[in-house]
Design a protein around this ligand. Structure first.
Ligand SMILES: O=C(NO)[C@H](O)[C@H](O)[C@H](O)CO
Ligand SMILES: [Mg+2]
Length: 370
């Protein structure tokens, strides 16, 4: 099988309620920035990275796909995923301009498209290609009810509704003021009861002193994990927080390489590992991180930069994965949506990686790739 064409694409898909915010970002659409890879066997694979739908930035990624990565792929066998991952990631000219950033987001779209092709060629869902299911169910936790843009009353209503729908895990955003965030945390804990896991996510906003103050007040609410409490690259700060607080530290959605995770492992600065195929140059590097997490006996909760379209396959197939984020913004854009029923992700049925857009989504949400 040979790669005959690589076509970049951009979809901008509205978020729930037309606008959401965390401590750092406020967005109206999710950017699905990807590549369709065609082959001489008549199969096409799709992969994408996730952005905040900033079109000029998305077009930088698609230009990287079209002019830097695509020429390295034409004529290659798409099933040789490891070889092609290294060919792109270690291309001297591209490595020189970006070992982490736009080049890895561009490569993420391509690597996932290759895994999609590989699974389609074997006519199996990706979880089967990865070794088959290691669990009967993949537990979901709902992030989409916990945005900072949601007022207290609707926050409590949404949390209750999620529990009524069967969710056994919830995550709410923090990073506004400690007082406001502790108040909201207590309201949600009171609303959902003691048995639903309740995580918080700061998206890297606060400094260590603020995190310590928040954690002192939050410990009474049995917080499942404190996600991205500090700046993404601050390994020593996370290590200090992990030692000073009894709330587990989670991070990873902003890390690009296995080496970045390795530093957090070695400094014991992480309890929950949250890699993301849309940031790490694809599934190939995320699999390395899952193996490393397993060797450190740390649980994995993949981040939903893909809105769990691909990570639901990973979570069924990799023993280190324990729970998966649910954000439903883009699921209906795909022929095999990442769906949750009674608190658990449905096991995907179709061949591939869950990344094939529907014709309706393709027509409705396409943006110009410049
Ligand atoms: O942190 C996250 N999940 O854990 C979300 O991906 C971000 O909040 C969204 O991208 C909006 O910025
Ligand atoms: Mg997060």
């Amino acid at each position: 099988m040979k790669i005959t064409r690589v076509e970049p694409f951009i979809l901008h898909v509205p978020v729930t309620g037309s606008q959401i915010a965390d401590s750092t970002h406020s967005i109206t659409h999710w950017g699905v920035v990807g590549a369709r890879i065609d082959t001489d066997a008549g199969l096409s694979g799709y992969g994408f990275t996730g952005t905040h739908a900033h079109l000029p930035g998305d077009q930088l990624i698609t230009r990287c796909i079209a002019t830097c990565h695509a020429p390295l792929l034409l004529g290659e066998d798409p099933r040789e995923v490891q070889k092609l991952w290294h060919k792109l990631a270690r291309n001297p000219a591209l490595q020189w301009i970006g070992r982490a950033g736009i080049t890895t987001l561009s490569q993420a779209a391509i690597d996932v498209a290759l895994w999609d092709l590989k699974a389609k060629a074997q006519e199996v869902p990706l979880w089967q290609l990865l070794g088959g299911p290691v669990r009967e169910q993949v537990r979901a936790y709902n992030t989409d009810i916990g945005w900072l843009s949601i007022d207290d009353e609707r926050l409590v209503q949404g949390a209750r509704a999620a529990v009524e729908q069967g969710f056994t895990g919830i995550k709410i955003k923090v990073g506004s003021t400690v007082e406001r965030d502790l108040r909201r945390l207590a309201l949600v804990r009171a609303a959902i009861g003691p048995d639903v896991t309740l995580a918080v996510d700061g998206n890297g906003k606060w400094d260590l002193a603020t995190c310590l103050r928040f954690c002192r007040g939050a410990e009474a609410q049995d917080v499942y994990w404190f996600e991205e409490p500090l700046w993404y690259d601050d390994v020593k700060g996370h290590a200090q927080l992990a030692r000073a607080s009894r709330i587990p530290v989670a991070l990873g959605e902003q890390l690009y390489t296995q080496d970045a995770f390795s530093e957090f492992f070695h400094q014991q600065a992480i309890h929950w590992v949250q890699p993301d195929v849309t940031r790490m140059g694809g599934l190939t590097e995320v699999l390395r991180v899952c193996e490393a997490a397993a060797s450190w006996r740390l649980p994995v909760a993949p981040h939903a930069g893909d809105m769990s379209q691909v990570h639901v396959h990973l979570s069924y197939a990799h023993p280190a994965c324990q729970v998966l984020e649910y954000i439903p913004w883009i699921k209906d854009c795909f022929t095999d949506p990442a769906e949750v029923g009674e608190g658990f992700f449905r096991r995907p049925a179709l061949p591939g990686a869950g990344t094939t857009p529907t014709p309706q989504a393709w027509d409705r949400f396409r943006q110009p790739v410049a």
